[in-house]
Design a protein around this ligand. Structure first.
Ligand code: BG6
Ligand code: MG
Length: 222
């Protein structure tokens, strides 16, 4: 019996991947190389430190720990210039009615994000008070595909992973949900076919649609 929904933030509630991409690209360009939007896909759900490691690898650039720290800080300052301009108009279509309906149906709502900026973004878009718990990148140490972020979220909401649906746009996020014993719903994105169910987005979708589709899928697998 599903009691709670836990949402990833970047790519599920807002499209911040474009801002991460611009800021990381600016950093890469300052080091004399570039990377593609397809490569950027691989950064979804991945922590800032690990993203930097991948980008430097793509550019064939080696940096000391201290230099990496400085580059990550610089990228984050550029990224924050974008996110501090965000407002509720950037909430992806259908998200607010879906949250309203989930809350009305008595489901607990949580947020589980790798981003250390998640709380700031939720405040910018006016959704910070909608979640019973917000587990952001400051509150966990093991990055997706480790399930820690969702496990902390479920325990803060007082539910078991088996009672919880996770909404994720990143391949590694779906991996994390599955590894933790959660039901995973892939949102848009690529490489999500291992999720229990995939939706293009939240437009015209109700929590009941999700629960019915998940339970008929579970029945077919019996
Ligand atoms: C995830 C994004 O939500 O957060 C990643 O999908 C990002 O692209 C990660 O690297 C960490 O974000 P931040 O805001 O802490 O740099
Ligand atoms: Mg995401």
């Amino acid at each position: 019996m599903i009691q709670a929904f836990i949402f990833d933030l970047d790519g599920v509630i807002v499209d911040t991947a474009k801002y991460h991409f611009i800021a990381w690209r600016r950093m890469a360009n300052s080091l004399g190389f570039d990377f593609t939007e397809a490569q950027n896909e691989q950064l979804k759900g991945v922590s800032r430190k690990e993203s930097l490691g991948l980008i430097l690898e793509w550019g064939g650039v080696a940096k000391s720990e201290a230099e990496q720290e400085a580059l990550a800080t610089q990228k984050n300052e550029w990224y924050r210039e974008y996110i501090l301009q965000m407002d509720e108009s950037e909430i992806l279509e259908g998200v607010v009615p879906f949250l309203d309906a989930a809350e009305a149906a008595g489901l607990k709502l949580g947020l589980g994000s790798s981003s250390k900026n998640a709380t700031a973004i939720l405040q910018q878009i006016g959704l910070a008070s909608r979640f019973g718990t917000i587990i952001d990148g400051n509150k966990h140490t093991r990055s997706k595909p480790d399930p820690e972020v969702f496990q902390l979220g479920a325990s803060a909401l007082g539910v078991a992973p088996s009672e919880c649906v996770v909404f994720e746009d990143a391949e590694k996020g779906v991996d994390a949900a599955i590894a933790g014993g959660f039901t995973a719903v892939g949102v848009g994105g690529e490489n999500l076919s291992h999720a229990h169910m995939v939706i293009p987005g939240f437009q015209s979708l109700t929590p009941q649609d999700v629960l019915v589709r998940l339970s008929s899928r579970a029945a077919q697998n019996l």
